[in-house]
Design a protein around this ligand. Sequence first.
Ligand SMILES: Cc1cc2nc3c(=O)[nH]c(=O)nc-3n(C[C@H](O)[C@H](O)[C@H](O)COP(=O)(O)OP(=O)(O)OC[C@H]3O[C@@H](n4cnc5c(N)ncnc54)[C@H](O)[C@@H]3O)c2cc1C
Length: 512
Amino acid sequence: MTREFDVLVVGGGIIGAAAGHHAASAGYRTLLVEQGDYASATSSRTSRLQNCGFMYFMDMHGAGIMQLLRDPRRIVSSLELARRAMRERAAFVRSSPDRVRKLEFYVPFGGATGITGLQMRAAAKALRLLGGGEVPLEAAFLSAKEARAHPLLRMTAKADQLRGAFRYVEYQYPSPERIVVDTILKGREAGLDARNHTRLVGLARGGTGWEATLEHDGATSIVTAKAVINAAGAWVDDITGLASNHAPRLNTGAKGVNLLVRLPAGARGLGFETVTERGTPFYLFPWGDLHYIGPADSTADAKATEFRATDAEIAEILADASRLFPDLNLTPDDVIYSWAAVRPRTAGPNAPQGTFDVREHDLSDRGMPGFIVFTGGLFMTHRDAGRRLVRALRRHVAPSGPSRVLDYALSRQADEDRVTAASVRRAIVDEQARTLSDILRRRLLVAWSDDLGLGLAEEASRHAAGVLGWDEGERQKQLALYRAEVERSFRPQPAVLGEAARGTGLETVVEV
Ligand SMILES: Cc1cc2nc3c(=O)[nH]c(=O)nc-3n(C[C@H](O)[C@H](O)[C@H](O)COP(=O)(O)OP(=O)(O)OC[C@H]3O[C@@H](n4cnc5c(N)ncnc54)[C@H](O)[C@@H]3O)c2cc1C
């Protein structure tokens, strides 16, 4: 196995995957290490939106568009972020249409919303001017009469006082995990050496560059690299801390919580976006047959935070939902399941939940030559992150191999949404899956279903056992670990666990 690299990428979330893909395609001999599985941290807990950038006018930490207009610096940075989002949305949808689906969103104004028609028209115009024309917003304004009669909007508080609504199209990724794995695979085609279940535990300057100590299956090994891309998301400061005691803190974590409910048939296929009375964003949009509601955000340290929603966070989202949709009468019993993660945000003064900055930081002038940290990385602009990181890399290290054309086209495998002997084998042999969770949650598109993939766990474990050589004890352990992960991280309704377990072998799982 090669031990000398041009660049080491730390982290196998979407930002590390994009960095690895871009660096390998640029001709860099690149190693990527991920301590768990690819996309097993924040990148697997998103709201799945390839947002058009509209949110940058809606939820600048409580600032409405009128406040933004009074602060020229903020409007410049919001316009830049929205422009980037529009550009990346168009590029992603065009290159990988199989990996996205369209959602119809409505932003009502008047009524109880606190949003005016003037504000909405200004935001819509700004978005139109920012481009993305090849994948249009399909924007339209509804009159007051149309908004009041609309099947979803008529369920909102004070619907009879609505003055209208803005309708536009967003795109959603049915499986962000699959996009991360696909991006890693594209990187590997370009020569990337990608290793999951491999943790970086030490980093120091050596004679030829950076010396990294890696841990895999209980054994350690050392590799060297001329440069490091720190793409460890909410953990970037821990990675930098392995190599330096005095580097600046660049990340501020913000815990985000989402949940799913089943809404009346009239809401089917329809999405809703607004700003709560606290000035925070609120979304309600289709998730298959269910509806997503959220988020609830709070300051959090990724090291100390469990990736699961608390009762209080669920109650906060339901309280917002009840204020906006009082007749739905949603209670904790209506929550099918929930999830949470820590958003990596760029640290900034007076920003307890971080800033919206998305950027690379070159720490070369801090005594860390060729050490580049990425902060605030978003799923929806990950390819832009990959390009920026390679530009930063070029300032320090020349690629040791030839470059090749970046291949962005991600396409579907015919059986990727099914558990079959062939799909499980491919996940293991070609796509580096090692555990039942790797297979169900991050290779096959079966885990964001109503039962979180539990109903297919038994069958998948039997196929996997044949390929990975699991004995019956190991197979039962994998089933138990998967069920425990689902229970702990997603807090499903008891019925989900009960129904999924019946007849699947899960009711007999061993203690772990
Ligand atoms: C609730 C919620 C909803 C969101 N919704 C959206 C959305 O709709 N659209 C959107 O664009 N964005 C969304 N985001 C934001 C987006 O998910 C994240 O910003 C993005 O996934 C961050 O990717 P990342 O690669 O930086 O981090 P991660 O995915 O967390 O990857 C970092 C990786 O580094 C690894 N790592 C850490 N330490 C080590 C080590 N020592 N050795 C090896 N590996 C290590 C971790 O295991 C982890 O896998 C949402 C976030 C949350 C929390």
